[in-house]
Design a protein around this ligand. Sequence first.
Ligand code: DNO
Length: 370
Amino acid sequence: MAFRWFGEGNDTVSLSEIRQIPGVETIVWSLHHKIAGEVWEKAEIDAAIAEIRQVPPGLSKALDAEVVESVNVHESIKLGKTIQNLPRDLAIENYITTIERLGQAGVKVICYNFMPVFDWLRTEMFHPLPDGSTAMAYNAKVVQEMSQTGPERMIESMIKNSGGFTLPGWEPERLQNFQELVEAYRGVTHEDMYVNYKYFLDAVIPTCEKYDVKLGVHPDDPPFDIFGWPRVVSTKEGLARVLSLNPSPYNGLTLCLGSFSANPHNQPVDAVASFIDRIVFSHVRNIKHYDDWSFTEVGHRACEGDVDTVGIMKVFAEHNYSGYIRPDHGRQLWDENTTRKPRPGYGLYDRALGIEYLLGLWDAFHCPNQ
Ligand code: DNO
């Protein structure tokens, strides 16, 4: 069981608090100041891992640093050409060096995504729920309207609603030459994206095998095309296709069930069962759909929303799944929006509650001796 932490000074949750959540063994971390395409320096990696692994005097529970989320893929790789002055092959070379260094430092899984231009997106970060808590939400009408008036409004909206944090995937440097990206994606098809994706995987997977680091692609969030840009990791067929682009077990999935389920046609329990051997990391959470493909995030319990988190954990437990799982996007509870002011979706309380729910299901369904 893992817990995402954004680093000292970049997160309102502390490592000491995470250490006290029963069952958490691994921290999901990243060098959040690194922009896509940049090489991660060995000294920075070692310092980040040492900080996570350090056990305070008098305590004995250690935390690992085996999962990185994310090493972002530069747009030149997705587009198969030089973008923002970075040639694709140089971006890939830098990615390979980063994999090597992370592997040497003991990292086992790297999560990444292959979404064009924008990473995950929501239209509301603090949407009020009926019980007084807040959660992130996606209003399809708002996005539809922005498609007409200009997607750059999405950048303003994400930044304005971020609670003062730089949100992962929404770093200003990444979106600096936004118009160049918009031009570059004009006419790019889903098929083009798969061709470029295969080129990337074939180049990096041998290094993953050599250094024993598994790559896990995060599904598009939300899993459908937005602003006319081709998203290729959105459906069961899309996930299967990505896995078939390179058959190595090191080409895996970060199956985020909340993201995947935002397309109401997707079947999360079936996806876990179908891809279990290639899921290297999973995010388990819940959302509630509205009939126009809008959704709100909700608590992790199955009956709170439309994602069968019980069925999901049953499949993981019955298969004696040995990859990493983390809770995801909690609600903001117990006045934490005013007292602790967390990153949207990444407060302490609801993710801790979520973990205990997921572990309860795991313990109920898991038969280690079978
Ligand atoms: C947001 C996250 C994303 C995710 C990346 C994976 O909360 O789900 O930022 O980490 O898309 O590369």
